[in-house]
Design a binder for this molecule. Structure first.
Ligand code: 5AD
Ligand code: SF4
Length: 440
């Protein structure tokens, strides 16, 4: 028997790409491919790409430039581009980089084995359709034990919100929710393989409206309560959400469902109503804060995370000050912030931008405030007892790393066998990105 073919996947961008990369590896696994961490050993290299900002998208071309040299050593090597850059720029990719053998958009991953077989030298295979069939139904089910006790589960994909800066509605398409029955099956299979925590994924996950087990349309809260009944599943998270879809039942779930973790990523993008309107966010700063207040009323220890864009076209100094004011009011445990990046095809790309130095200065000020808040949130944990799900060994001998309910990394002296289990830990020290403590 010949040696199995090797697949190397490099993933950029969001958690949904991480999930998709695993599904693609399984699809190729069914064709006899094994995965490798080393691109130079691979027979097939897949770049699972991100198109959200220009910098992310440009990385693909520089990586392709580096990888094409490997073809001289292994003439059978095939290189594929998947993900959102593939969707947005498929034809351009093959024109710009002849080393690319195949291009596959996020809705066509079930056709990957076929594309790999079809791709021939000088004749790249391309699929960036939005087919009617459900790609997940056509992807093989994972069978091997999970390497980690946590898993992602895509429950919803696409976005109908059309924020003026964002490519997602174009690259991932319209909102589609997967039926509850399939998600139950997939979650049970994950739990059988040792998974203890699932993070439900969707570009607009709280807009979930999938077919329930009773044939009706179910909300994300309905889905969460049903998944919570699965024995062995201890923790549920979801990301990422839009403020306008924080429905009453979902807010209530944060107070009532013990398996739903007290952590929420709820992007606001900006604190000025003028900018929010220009962004087509369809909510105000005040309505966002009202949602946060209601969430904190039912779950006072909720840790909040957010996304921010500075330097959006038309953003004035006064607008930016309102973003800082909002951040002061909300107090984030953690957050992501970006300089606005004009994306081709989006409405905002047509508008005159803010000077690069101004945007850079605003970003630095915002990040200083957000990181001070993060440090404060971390330090507030010292002396407290928290539940930690242990995920992997730490760098020091005898040290294990896990995540608290608030998604903070915790380093603890503990035996290897604790991996995959939840234990109580008393926090003794805080650093900006991690905590340390001891088992109680
Ligand atoms: N420029 C900068 N940041 C962006 N994001 C989305 N599109 C852009 C853009 N054009 C950010 C938003 C979003 C996160 C995933 O990426 O903050 O919530
Ligand atoms: Fe993009 Fe999120 Fe707005 Fe949808 S809701 S358009 S994914 S930023």
């Amino acid at each position: 028997m010949s040696a199995p073919k090797k697949l190397h996947v490099k993933t950029y961008g969001c958690q949904m790409n991480v999930y998709d990369s695993e599904r693609m590896a399984e699809a190729m696994g069914a064709q006899g491919y094994v995965t490798t961490d080393r691109p130079e050993d691979a027979d097939l290299i897949l770049l699972n790409t991100c198109h959200i900002r220009e910098k992310a998208a440009e990385k693909v071309y520089s990586e392709l430039g580096r990888l094409k040299g490997l073809k001289a050593k292994n003439p059978d090597l095939k290189i594929g581009v998947a993900g959102c850059v593939a969707q947005a720029e498929g034809a351009e990719i093959v024109a710009r980089q002849p080393a690319v053998d195949l291009v596959v958009g996020p809705q066509s991953y079930h056709r990957l084995p076929d594309l790999v077989a079809r791709a021939a030298p000088g004749a790249p295979a391309l699929d960036t359709e939005f087919p009617d069939e459900d790609k997940f139904e056509h992807l093989p089910k994972a069978r091997t034990p999970a390497a980690r006790p946590t898993a992602f589960l895509t429950v919803q994909e696409g976005c109908d919100k059309f924020c003026a800066f964002c490519v997602v509605p174009y690259t991932r398409g319209a909102e589609v929710s997967r039926p509850v029955a399939r998600l139950l099956d997939e979650t049970r299979a994950l739990v059988d393989r040792g998974v203890v925590e699932v993070t439900l994924l969707g570009q607009n996950v709280n807009g979930y409206h999938g077919e329930g087990t009773d044939g009706r349309s179910w909300s994300l809260a309905d889905l969460i309560h049903t998944l919570a009944d699965i024995e062995g599943l201890e923790r549920i998270r979801y990301t990422t959400s839009h403020p306008n879809d924080m429905t009453d039942d979902l807010i209530a779930a944060h107070g009532a469902q013990p398996k739903l973790m007290p952590y929420l990523h709820l992007p606001v993008q900006a604190g000025s109503d003028r900018v929010l309107k220009a962004m087509n966010r369809k909510h105000s700063a005040e309505s966002y804060i009202e949602i946060i207040d209601r969430l904190r009323a039912v779950r006072p220890d909720l840790a909040l995370s957010g996304d921010f864009i500075v330097g959006f076209p038309g953003e004035t100094d006064a607008d930016f000050e309102e973003t800082l004011t909002l951040v002061e009011r909300v107090r984030y445990a953690q957050a992501y912030s970006f300089k606005y990046s004009a994306r081709p095809g989006t409405p905002a790309a047509e508008r005159p931008g803010v000077a690069a130095e101004v945007a850079a200065e605003r970003l630095a000020r915002l990040q200083a405030l957000l990181s001070a808040q993060q440090t404060e949130a971390q330090e507030a944990m010292v002396g407290r007892e928290v539940s930690v799900l242990f995920e992997k060994a730490g760098r020091l001998p005898g040290q294990m790393i896990g995540k608290s309910e608030h998604l903070m990394a915790v380093h603890v002296p503990a035996p290897d066998e604790i991996k995959g289990r939840i234990a109580r830990v008393r926090i003794t020290e805080a650093a900006p990105h991690s905590l340390a403590g001891n088992l109680v």
